[in-house]
Design a protein around this ligand. Structure first.
Ligand code: XMP
Length: 430
């Protein structure tokens, strides 16, 4: 079944995604498209029940007016202009349409059916994936993150054995992370999973590399190299599964932001390894991806886990990575996560982790001088990761975590709590 859709035309408003979300929350599927879409392209989208022009029909952006294609007015699909005062986009005069007005338009004017839910979405995608892939094979880099896990589960449901997952352990994973990917996907879901332990290879490449950007680049390019080597060993792969989600697509369309850090995700495979992409989550917002994962039966822990950067603990073991500090950051992180879970903070705090700097400080243990590392705890809340505030963690909880780190983690004699918001700090240290 194909779900009814309301299309929002992007006239440069910053509120498009909020409106799309609001309509989806009403149970009606909604997508954002460029303002210059033609009537023909719109018809191809199938089941479009209404069009919303967000930003008025003659919006001025940076002095130029943004007009929609004239055929759209005669294509027989109801249209609503959310009129704002004409404004330059940096003047922030955007205002959302009233929910009542929006409901009236969606349900009364457009007669859209509220048939957007995860069950229908999965049913549709399974059909689409089967149609796209046929009898061929799909390769997927399964990191164990939310997006790649949900794609894996969805592809598995659609094509079973034709899916080949590759999990590369770069040696910078959190405690038991690779083990849980193997447990869930190989042992429980019986997926075709190739596990590559590339720890030694990554740590050797990273030896004595202290510059954060260089570390990120090495981890990113080595990851692609390992994945490529595995891909070349396999026969008959024609598709590459990817966990692209809606914000990735929206952001890459309008990105003007300056690069602060080079983020790492799989991509950039060599040209002779040409695959067609299968991206079944590319229309979903993050919380919808999670809902999809739950519907597919993935463990709650996997679907609701906090964000974890692609370069992993590599950017939390500061400066040149050493094995003793990598172990320290991993063990301290496991303790922090365990205690946050016990206190129910895992459901409240957006992201929390530990960091180990590359210098030592003086301490005393059993009446003898020590010279050891420190662990820094960071716990932050944010909506979009662009800015963040720190969590005011209860003193007793911090004390308990500190005691455990100081007794259970080797080579550590000091624990600090990072009080810095973003900006001026970033969430990660590197
Ligand atoms: P920063 O440190 O830039 O982090 O304030 C913002 C958010 O992005 C996460 N992060 C990454 N995520 N690949 C990712 O997928 C990366 O390379 C990467 N680096 C940072 C970070 O954990 C935080 O949630």
């Amino acid at each position: 079944m194909k779900q009814d859709m309301i299309v929002i035309l992007d006239m440069g408003s910053t509120e498009n995604t909020v409106i799309a979300r609001e309509i989806r929350d009403m149970g009606v599927y909604s997508e954002i498209h460029p303002h210059d879409i033609t009537a023909e392209e719109l018809k191809k989208l199938d089941n479009v029940k209404g069009i919303i022009l967000n930003g008025g029909k003659n919006r001025i952006v940076d002095g130029a007016s943004v007009e929609i294609h004239p055929d759209l007015y005669d294509c027989g699909i109801p249209m609503m202009a959310v009129d704002h005062p004409t404004a330059k986009c940096d003047q922030k005069l955007d205002k959302l349409p009233d929910e009542k007005v929006l409901r009236q338009f969606v349900f009364n004017t457009c007669q859209a059916d509220p048939n957007w839910n995860m069950k229908n979405f999965i049913e549709d995608q399974v059909e689409l994936i089967k149609r796209q892939v046929g009898e061929k094979k799909v390769l997927l880099a399964l990191s164990g993150g939310v997006d790649s896990s949900v794609v894996a589960a969805l592809l598995l449901k659609a094509i079973g054995d034709q899916l080949v997952c590759v999990h590369v352990n770069h040696g910078l994973m959190r405690k038991n992370e690779s083990e849980s990917v193997i447990e869930v996907f190989r042992n429980q879901l019986h997926a075709n999973l190739i596990y590559v332990d590339a720890t030694e290879r990554f740590l050797t490449k990273l030896e004595n590399v202290a510059d954060p950007e260089q570390k990120r680049k090495i981890i990113g390019s080595e990851f692609i190299r390992v994945f490529e080597e595995e891909a070349r060993k396999l026969d008959g792969i024609e598709f590459l599964g990817q966990g692209t989600i809606y914000p990735d697509i929206i952001e890459s369309g309008t990105k003007t932001a300056k690069m602060v850090k080079s983020h790492h995700n799989v991509g950039g495979l060599p040209e002779d390894l040409q695959f067609d992409l299968v991206e079944p989550l590319k229309q979903l917002f993050k919380d919808e991806v999670r809902a999809c994962g739950v519907e597919l039966g993935l463990p709650h822990k996997m679907v609701y886990r906090q964000p974890f950067p692609g370069p992993g603990l590599g950017v939390r073991c500061l400066g040149a990575i050493t094995r003793d500090r990598l172990t320290a950051v991993r063990e301290a992180d496991a303790i922090l996560r365990e205690e946050f879970e016990k206190a129910g903070l895992d459901k409240k705090v957006w992201q929390y982790f530990t960091v180990v700097p590359d210098f030592k400080s003086v301490g005393v243990r059993n009446n003898a001088r020590t010279f050891e590392y420190m662990v820094i705890i960071r716990a932050i809340n944010t909506i979009d990761a662009m800015s963040a505030t720190i969590e005011k963690v209860d003193w007793d909880i911090l004390q308990k975590i500190t005691e455990r780190i100081l007794t259970e983690v080797e080579n550590v004699n000091r624990v600090c709590y990072d009080m810095s918001p973003k900006p001026p700090a970033t969430i990660e240290f590197e």
